[in-house]
Design a binder for this molecule. Sequence first.
Ligand SMILES: NC(=O)c1ccc[n+]([C@@H]2O[C@H](COP(=O)([O-])OP(=O)(O)OC[C@H]3O[C@@H](n4cnc5c(N)ncnc54)[C@H](O)[C@@H]3O)[C@@H](O)[C@H]2O)c1
Length: 249
Amino acid sequence: MRLKNKVAIVTGAAHGIGAAIVRAFAREGAKLVVGDILDDEGNALVAAINKEAGAEIALYMRFDVTQAAHWDKAVALAESRFGKLDLLVNNAGVPGRPGVEDTTEESWNRTMDVDLKGTWLGMKACMPAFRRAGGGAVVNTCSNYALVASGRATVYHSAKGGVLSLTRAAAVEYARQKIRVNAVLPGVVATPRNASLPADWAKTLIDQTPLGRIAQPDEIAPAYVFLASDEASFVTGTSLVVDGGYTSI
Ligand SMILES: NC(=O)c1ccc[n+]([C@@H]2O[C@H](COP(=O)([O-])OP(=O)(O)OC[C@H]3O[C@@H](n4cnc5c(N)ncnc54)[C@H](O)[C@@H]3O)[C@@H](O)[C@H]2O)c1
């Protein structure tokens, strides 16, 4: 129960890595506002968690992380239903189109809006609530693609590089307010977004990963539990890479 008495907002949480984070946080005793734009999957996840807990420990809320007003509603929901807010996981993301020339302005703007602006908006909305709670912790989903190039994900690399810098900037800005800000940098994970990964690209990624396989979402979630928990009380501004060794070569 490493997150007992903690209240969290997790975005992009209807499936994939976000759903694994929500399940792990629930197992560790957290109460949750689960945000996404996929209502059916989000509601089903929350229903399953509450059934297993035998109590309403999770609420689903449809919200788009690019909309400041949605963030305000999510914070208000956490505080009104669970009494406070301690934790934020900025996990929502969209990959975007591949190369420099393939990338349209629409794709650039969408990925930057969801992955980077959404992360900033989330922190902006939650910081006052963390102060009201006496402190807090943010975990931003970044990517090992913030550290290395792949040759085929221009806007995604750019957005996640921004998330890494934003994480460090916010960590320094808020450290004296007892608010920690960290990032998790996953490698390739078996989620719905990667279901249609071209076979040749999947093979290349596996070949380049020392552990020789793609991760399952449940192998990524424990990093979030650690960074959100009081066990990480002296950890801020860090980037925890969980990529099977991909960036160690
Ligand atoms: N899967 C990977 O290999 C991998 C690797 C590194 C980092 N990541 C990052 O992990 C996070 C989750 O990835 P995933 O693979 O589970 O992705 P996914 O595409 O399977 O799930 C992303 C979730 O974000 C939600 N979402 C998209 N736009 C949204 C918006 N505007 N507002 C609210 N929710 C929105 C989607 O509905 C979806 O539920 C992303 O930030 C992604 O960039 C994934």
